[in-house]
Design a protein around this ligand. Structure first.
Ligand code: SAM
Length: 366
């Protein structure tokens, strides 16, 4: 394969075949990798501009019913202090964040049945009524009726990482969750009208480069509005303790390829990449990313949302984190967006029914 031609194709259309994706994922010379990352940065500049979107992340609960083998807040982990933020505290915090000028709040938690559909709908409605912020939810797999209720209450976006697009690997990582069900949730969310975020980990135990190509093909075909890509980081109180963390360069290649195949999706420089590499967020912003998510969870809770150890900014004051975020953006010569950063995708995406009937999903990019 000719790298010059392939790089041109990445910039011009991003319509990559599986073989081309595999070839690019396997690049290992520093100069070649730099060319790929630059191509992604060029696509980002052309399709998304220079503004970096800021999302205020609030981790409302670390209680989780699931047993995902990699995650530090998995239900069987007894060495963790569990917390739940009361609804009033969440709504009040959203108001403070809005006063600071933040225009999007992302509420994330483990899969916590305490937050019933009604409780979440009430929180969403109160935040929307009092702030008009864009509201993103990240509460895992829930019944379709819950997703619908929250949308009607005012939620705009839903993040549900697919984790891995390889069915066999998915089954090995998730003893109590089903690949098809997760995919159905993603399609249902889109059907209901959410801006939908997918995403995956890089370097998870058992994952091959072939499996990573599955993720890029999934991004190419599903065309998510957002995609979170971060390295796997081992947690000592999980069955995967002692495994190596995902590789920084491979994570950057995955971010770059996600940018190239989705064209204009919103791609965060994830906390995980900032946690394993000193300049991880800046490097991701230079490889196609265009979103940062400073953590505004109150510190008394934040230290317990330990999905992996040594999470970036786990101990700093949120104000410091915000400053750090702004400095990171300056370091990449970009500017901070002053709008809510809604999806740039056209709303003509295909539904699950179309794919089940075998109709190929067109690349909706550009
Ligand atoms: N429960 C929700 C869900 O299932 O989507 C959201 C919370 S979950 C803790 C958020 C994300 O953290 C997951 O989608 C996963 O990709 C990531 N994560 C969990 N453990 C991790 C680890 N050890 N290293 C890197 N990322 C991890």
């Amino acid at each position: 394969m000719n790298l010059d031609n392939l790089i041109q194709k990445c910039v011009a259309s991003g319509q990559l075949s599986r073989d081309e994706i595999l070839y690019l994922l396997n690049l290992d010379g520093d100069d070649d990798v730099a060319r790929l990352l630059r191509a992604a940065d060029d696509v980002r500049k052309a399709e998304c501009g220079d503004a970096v979107q800021i999302r205020a992340l609030v981790e409302i609960s670390n209680t989780c019913a699931r047993s995902c083998l990699y995650c530090g807040i998995r239900a069987p982990n007894k060495d963790i202090v569990r917390y739940r933020m009361p609804a009033d505290e969440i709504v009040e915090l959203a108001g403070e964040l809005n006063k600071k000028g933040l225009k999007t709040i992302v509420m994330q938690s483990g899969e916590d049945p305490y937050y019933t559909a009604g409780i979440v709908a009430d929180i969403v409605r109160r935040i929307k009524d009092s702030t008009q912020m864009a509201i993103t939810l990240c509460f895992g797999e829930r019944p379709e009726e819950d997703y619908r209720l929250w949308k009607q209450a005012g939620a705009d976006r839903y993040l549900l990482r697919h984790e891995t697009a390889n069915r066999d690997l998915y089954a090995k990582l998730h003893p109590d969750s089903d690949f098809d069900h997760r995919m159905r949730c993603l399609y249902a969310l889109r059907e209901i009208g959410y801006q939908v975020g997918a995403g995956c980990m890089v370097g998870i135990p058992g994952q091959s480069v072939d499996n990573m190509a599955d993720d890029i093909e999934f991004f190419r075909d599903f065309q998510p509005d957002m995609a979170g890509i971060g390295p796997y980081i081992p947690h000592p109180d999980t069955p995967f303790a002692g495994n190596p963390a995902g590789d920084v360069q491979m994570t950057l290649k995955m971010v770059a390829l996600a940018r190239i195949v989705t064209r204009n999706a919103l791609l965060p420089a994830t906390t995980a990449i900032g946690s394993i590499a000193e300049m991880g967020c800046e490097m991701a912003l230079d490889a196609g990313a265009d979103v940062v998510m400073p953590n505004y969870t109150p510190l008394k809770y934040r230290v317990h949302y330990e999905i992996y150890p040594n999470k970036r900014c786990i101990t700093e004051d949120p104000a410091f984190d915000d400053l750090a975020t702004r400095l990171q953006i300056q370091a990449t010569n970009r500017r901070i967006s002053n709008d809510p950063g809604h999806s740039r995708k056209l709303k003509i995406s295909k539904t699950l029914a179309d794919t089940q009937e075998g109709v190929p999903i067109p690349n909706l990019g550009i």
